[in-house]
Design a protein around this ligand. Structure first.
Ligand code: LMR
Length: 396
């Protein structure tokens, strides 16, 4: 059976991490995968997570299966974080949440549900988008289309083109929107633009699927809900795929969720019954540990307040690196304008570096950046900044 199998291409993001790990250069820099590093270049376990883990281990008295939709306390915490305490969607029970193995797991469950229950629906992805979006939905059997997003001339949002694209999306299709911290560009719509987008979706009967993996990394936990809140005011039905990889640093614990927002609670349960089938065929029920950590932190007033501070530290460090990066390049006399990076939000920015320049950085300087030129700003530190900018200057 296996003789004729050909080697698969490396993953455009995780494949680079494998190369980075194998690189023996002590000065190597990893700006590829979206994983936060502190000023010492380490990916820490949050203090609130450590404390919650202690409490969870003390209390845990069974390793029995979780329900297919996961831990109910966790699902309630997810909804509260997405919509805010006491929100109408929560009070009227017109949302249903399933704990999923990471944001990726949630996206795949959503794709399986959409493809089997709404087989005509295509999914529209921003151009560009996270490299794994199209492969996840294609693997689920969905047809993927693109809508305009970034304007290469300004390295900002081409909002007119985005709206024109949305106007061409047929009724009954699905559009994937990034809740905040657009991956890979770091460019988000303003609240006014979210409002126009929401009107267009409502008018045209397009189902939004919001990928919300970076809540808290743009402006704050509550602030980063702005887009989602505008959307929920104007559009009744949607899917939300969320993740605690970044804002809790729970990457390897695979802690995500799929939330269905429906017209009413009965419709939400009906849709969830279909989602549950797809979960059962796929991984049966989710892993428990990450969900217990999140539910413990968010359910304890003091831990929750401390966690909000920890997320602020992550966000502030990334923003400091955005400024330092632009300043250092300027200080080295680099003429190419990188200043838009300061306005972008979250972990990522589009550097404008070409595939060839990215390859040179990797081969000559052991600096790892995704081929598209996307850089993980959270991989920059005060210590690696000079070397990084010197190398970029030399390949420009
Ligand atoms: C990224 O875009 O680098 C992250 O979301 C991690 C991943 O799984 O690709």
């Amino acid at each position: 059976m296996f003789e004729k199998v050909q080697i698969a291409p490396p993953d455009p993001i995780l494949g680079l991490t494998e190369m980075f790990k194998a690189d023996t250069n002590p000065d190597k820099i990893n700006l590829s995968v979206g994983v936060y590093q502190d000023a010492q270049g380490k990916t820490p376990v949050l203090a609130t997570v450590k404390e919650a883990e202690k409490r969870v281990l003390e209390k845990e008295n069974s390793k029995g299966y979780l329900p297919m939709t996961g831990e109910p306390m966790y699902c309630a915490a997810v909804q509260e974080l997405l919509f805010g305490e006491g929100h109408e969607i929560i009070a009227s029970k017109r949302a249903a949440t399933a704990q999923c193995p990471g944001g990726t797991g949630a996206l795949r469950v959503a794709g399986d549900y959409l493809h089997t229950v709404h087989p005509q629906a295509k999914i529209w992805l921003s151009n560009p988008t996270w490299a794994n979006h199209s492969t996840i939905f294609a693997a689920a059997g969905m047809k993927c289309e693109k809508y305009d997003y970034r304007d290469p001339a300004t390295n900002g949002l081409d909002f007119d083109a985005m709206c024109a694209s949305i106007k061409a999306v047929p009724e009954g299709d699905v559009i994937l929107l990034h809740g905040c911290c657009h991956n890979p560009t770091g460019i988000d719509p303003t609240p006014e633009q979210w409002s126009v987008i929401a009107d267009l979706l409502a008018e045209r009967g397009i189902l939004p699927l919001v990928d919300f993996a970076y809540q808290g990394l743009a402006a704050g936990i509550e602030e980063d809900r702005a887009g989602l809140q505008i959307l929920t005011k104007k559009v009744k039905q949607m899917l939300i795929c969320s993740s605690f990889s970044k804002n809790f640093g729970l990457y390897r614990e695979r802690t995500g969720a799929l939330t269905i927002v429906a017209d009413d609670s009965e419709q939400a349960s009906t849709v969830m019954s279909q989602v549950k089938l797809r979960i059962r065929y796929n991984y049966s029920n989710p892993p428990s540990h990450g969900g217990q950590i999140v539910a413990t932190v968010l359910g304890d007033k003091a831990l929750r307040a401390q966690w909000i501070e920890e997320v602020a530290d992550i966000r502030n460090r990334i923003n400091e690196m955005r400024h330092l990066f632009v300043q250092t390049l300027k200080g080295k006399g680099v003429e190419q304008d990188f200043s838009t990076i300061i306005e972008q939000r979250g972990m990522f920015s589009f550097s404008g570096l070409t595939k060839e320049q990215v390859a040179k950085l990797r081969e000559q300087y052991s600096i790892y950046i995704v081929d598209s030129g996307r850089i993980n700003v959270a991989g920059m530190t005060p210590d690696n900044m000079d070397r990084l900018c010197e190398a970029i200057k030399s390949v420009l």
